[in-house]
Write a protein that binds this ligand. Sequence first.
Ligand code: NAD
Length: 268
Amino acid sequence: NGKILENQVVLVTGSSSGIGAGIALGMGKAGAKVVVNYRSSPEGAKKVVDEITSQGGEAIAIQGDVSQEEDVQKIFSQLCEQFGTIDILINNAGIQQDANLVDMTLAQWQKVIDVNLTGPFLCTREAVKEFMRRGIVEGRSRAAGKIIFISSVHEVIPWAGHSNYAASKGGIKLFMQSIAQEVARHKIRVNGIAPGAIKTPINEDAWDTPEDEAALLKLIPYKRIGVPEDIAKVAVWLASDESDYVHGETIFVDGGMTLYPGFADGQG
Ligand code: NAD
């Protein structure tokens, strides 16, 4: 019935909450069959699945830790069993473990790199294998597959006290671009979305009091904190044929956070 992602299968990693949940709902509304991956919240995943199916969509929840190779292989074999194949991968799962450099443990460094950078590597490798095996399906999409990385404005903005996180997101930027260059000939489209400040559990401390919210808004020229739907709308477009010639690009969805807001009043 003409929905923009009709009949396409999408895996959204870490989609039992926050931006991932928003993207899963958006994909469901666009007609995609949605795989809601979660690590530790079956209840959160079930809520997202139920919301999609109550709106007439199709969705299933699959447990798995994206930083574990066997888990990722299991996620892909389960989704292929259920839906036959995959058309769209959204690498969304991500964490923060904040510490100043001199206090940062190797475990904190490693955990963030494992989830935010190695996880997307493992998922992207499995998705690309399946896209190459299957190729383009006539009438479904002009591409043989699409991959979207949810990075962050911190793929370009340095972040004191969060160097593990910023390093993981900077790593995503060049991993995304390198893979985009490598797989384009197979008609696989690869892009990124870099969110600014979006209201989700990951950054509750930054907006849960009026003082915190005011301080955060100083960094946002558009003077609004984002919501998961802001990211979901761009993700749906980026996964659809409407963006068929967009490749190897990161779209910043940040209300202008990357515009050096400290210079907004013309001083200097
Ligand atoms: P969130 O904490 O609600 O979402 C992260 C999700 O990833 C959670 O559901 C969590 O359970 C899941 N997850 C964590 N480790 C996992 C693992 N090993 N395997 C599978 N799933 C795992 O926070 P969010 O803001 O929705 O974050 C989603 C993505 O957006 C992250 O990559 C984050 O870095 C990025 N991001 C968020 C913001 C923001 O302002 N909220 C800004 C820029 C980028």
